[in-house]
Ligand binder design. Sequence first.
Ligand code: GLU
Length: 295
Amino acid sequence: MTRPPGAGRFAPSPSADLHIGNLRTAVLAWLFARSTGRRFLIRVEDLDDRTFDDVAARQLHDLAAIGVTADEAPEYQTAHTARYDSVIDSLTERGLVYECFCSRKDILSAPRAPHAPEGAYPGTCRDLTDAERAERRAGGRPPALRLRSDVDEFTVSDVQHGTYTGVVDDLVLRRGDGVPAYNLAVVVDDAAQGVDQVVRGDDLLPSSPRQAYLATLLGHAVPEYAHVPLVLNAEGKRLAKRDGAVTLSEIGIEQALAQIAASLGFTATTAEAMLAEFDPVRLPREPWIYHAGGQ
Ligand code: GLU
């Protein structure tokens, strides 16, 4: 029996038009998948941004325009809420979920272990008694659901970064407003879609141990990771739309592809032709500094 090939993916949140940095990451995700015989998928991560349909449509249009083509129709997370519900139910049955009544401010001001990074959950609501929980519920604030994790850290391997160990706290599975949390949705969707290669910006590297741990807990294989350098503006800050002249409609397709190719050291200027020159080992390790409006 032949096994179906695994898949890579690009998973934009439809919060704003894709800028040249996002497009470059998408090209890289496509190159990683295609060069390893994987399928390539696009997933619209619209749990948070469900009102921005036109943005999603423009993102899909821009990806197609630069040759980042998917093998299947794009999947929208809001179409799969039952998927997240059933995973949270199964974790609840295993005794691995608890209600958390903390605000962000509570978490930031709570004492934390010496090496825990800012924002890591200190476990405040982990061992509330039934009475304490009833009292907090009566307080009116709808609780978030957190995972009762039994490790403090987890190690992943990354094509770009080698072995990476990072914090695993009691991560949020469902937010207080009822929306499935990013870390849960990403893990559940990647597994459901057969994604075994995750290529994305290296701002998400610190999230990968949490996601890999959750995948393991759910009985899924951990995908291969490649966290690629971000694109920065002339001030060395993360590129943003306000930097001006950074989206495909502002730059133009040909020019954008030429800039992406140059930044990756390719002479080819279409996604298809870049495939022949692609070698992950030779990818730049440093952020690309982008001078909007003129290179
Ligand atoms: N939707 C996330 C973002 O746009 C990316 C998620 C992922 O690639 O895992 O930042």
